[in-house]
Design a protein around this ligand. Structure first.
Ligand code: AMP
Length: 210
């Protein structure tokens, strides 16, 4: 299995989609898994929503058992984890249960992240992601496919973004050294033009298998 790590809004999802298209890898984003789970509307869904809207992280136990269950149901390890691990206790859990082949660390300065997240919009129906500056929809504020009005994720609003960045630096950034020391990590800079970022990401991904 492969892991894509980096700050929120750095472009992990965008690069993941590109790698799916080019290599056929299965992409599992914990954020998407959680947002999907939220649709059930039960007590657990409400708990997830409250945490996500504030930009807080779920506890390791919940995330680890959700991901283990999901992986056991797939029986396939050509998988790209996006947004997992986000804390050391998740990285050690992964090592106990799976074999990590490579880790792509997407880098991006905080100022650019804040700018990107504040202009990110999503389609509430299909989940397609747009950016009002770099990847705008064809018609003003409407999803190109569903023609539904785009929305801003609650956790892309300024207070939640601030909290997500704080937690990223405290909890997730230490994973850089963890995987670098194991010789598994390669960096990709997402502050460069989109196509260059995607091509570099694909090149790095392919280099793990050589
Ligand atoms: P994302 O779509 O990757 O930005 O994730 C959205 C939100 O889901 C995060 O801000 C967290 O609240 C939660 N989340 C996603 N992945 C994890 C994880 N591995 N551990 C804890 N919380 C997570």
């Amino acid at each position: 299995m492969y892991i894509i790590l980096g700050p929120p809004g750095a472009g992990k999802g965008t690069l993941s989609e590109y790698l799916v298209e080019k290599t056929g890898i299965r992409h599992i984003s914990t954020g998407d898994v959680l947002r999907d789970r939220m649709k059930k509307g039960d007590a657990f869904a409400k708990k997830i929503k409250a945490l996500l809207d504030r930009g807080e992280l779920l506890d390791n136990e919940t995330i680890n058992s959700m991901m283990l269950e999901l992986m056991q149901s797939l029986k396939d390890d050509f998988v790209l984890f996006d947004g997992y691990p986000r804390k050391m206790g998740q990285a050690t859990f992964i090592d106990e249960h799976f074999k990590v082949t490579g880790v792509i660390f997407v880098t991006c300065p905080d100022e650019l992240i804040v700018k990107r997240l504040s202009s990110r919009r999503i389609c509430p129906k299909c989940g397609r992601v747009y950016n009002l500056i770099t990847m705008p929809p064809k018609e003003d504020n409407l999803c190109d496919v569903c023609k539904v009005k785009l929305i801003q994720r609650d956790d892309d609003k300024p207070d939640a973004v601030k909290r997500r960045l704080e937690l990223y630096h405290k909890e997730t950034q230490p994973l850089y050294d963890y995987y670098n020391n194991k010789g598994l990590l390669k960096e990709v800079d997402s502050s460069k033009p989109l196509n260059d970022f995607l091509e570099e990401g694909l090149r790095v991904f392919n280099s793990f298998n050589k």
